[in-house]
Design a protein around this ligand. Structure first.
Ligand code: UDP
Length: 243
């Protein structure tokens, strides 16, 4: 594979510069501003000391987690109208927030947070491809900050989050298998994957599509290996951000 052939000078298996700025939203129990290059997402984790009514009604024990995602109007090149102005939430938003929720549930043992709901709010400040994967990665850090705080305060008796989750995109762009696509690559990619994994190397979710193209089993294997390599690096960065 050629070196430095991507538009931003990265090698095919190189992540964008990933940074975490913890404590960006002090009123959240835990928060972080995560950046994957020019994609920047504010992730807040807020604890509420109650669970949805249906859990009480059905006698379901433990806690709950729910995620919301939105793109701020000025996060995109052309102003994106707020859902509240449109009067409806678009399908993409619903799909992404469900993905974030499922991913977080893979990292948390809800039985260890009885009577509590953890709200995860991901708001995209700047969108340049991979906002859902950045959201999941930041949500995991924000949740861990919140949980550490609740454990220190004695609100939680047991640690419900023994592992973290992280996510990254991979794809086939101009015939190259590439890691962590910015918008210009994502737009023209023939094959596009979003991969979510735990810090223990287990897959949580793989979303993959050939956009007007197809992919072989061998390509699928290589793309997953590329994602796994990237997520391993991201997990290390998450840990460093928390220490
Ligand atoms: N995008 C945009 N406006 C939208 C949706 C997407 O400008 O309403 C851009 C944005 O840069 C986003 C990229 O298209 O990151 C890719 O969007 P996609 O739906 O694939 O989700 P993402 O890659 O952000 O998870």
């Amino acid at each position: 594979m050629s070196e430095n052939i991507r538009l931003d000078g990265r090698t095919c298996d190189q992540l964008r510069t990933i940074t975490f700025e913890p404590g960006i939203a002090p009123n959240a129990t835990g928060s972080v501003l995560v950046s994957f290059g020019n994609t920047r997402v504010i992730c807040g984790a807020t604890i509420e000391k109650r669970v949805p009514g249906w859990m009480n009604a059905q006698g379901v024990e433990g806690g709950w987690i729910t995620a919301e995602y939105s793109m701020l109007p000025y996060s995109t090149h052309d102003r994106k109208q707020r859902d509240s102005s449109k009067g409806r939430v678009d399908g993409r938003t619903v799909e992404i927030q469900r993905l974030i929720g499922r991913s977080m549930r893979a990292a948390l043992d809800l039985k260890k947070m009885p009577g509590m709901t953890l709200w995860i709010d991901c708001d995209v400040l700047q969108a340049d491809g991979g906002t859902r994967t950045a959201s999941i990665t930041g949500a995991s850090v924000a949740a861990k900050i919140a949980i550490n705080r609740l454990l220190a305060d004695g609100v939680l008796k047991q640690n419900p989050m023994e592992k973290s989750v992280a996510a990254v995109s991979v794809g086939v762009w101009q015939g190259l298998e590439v890691l962590d696509l910015p918008y210009v690559e994502d737009r023209d990619a023939d094959v596009d994957f979003n991969v979510v994994m735990t810090s223990e190397g287990e897959f949580v979710e793989v979303q993959g599509t050939g956009e007007e193209a197809t992919f072989t089993h061998a390509q699928l294997d290589r793309l997953l290996a590329l994602a796994k390599k990237g997520i391993g690096e991201i997990s290390t960065l998450q840990l460093a951000a928390l220490s």
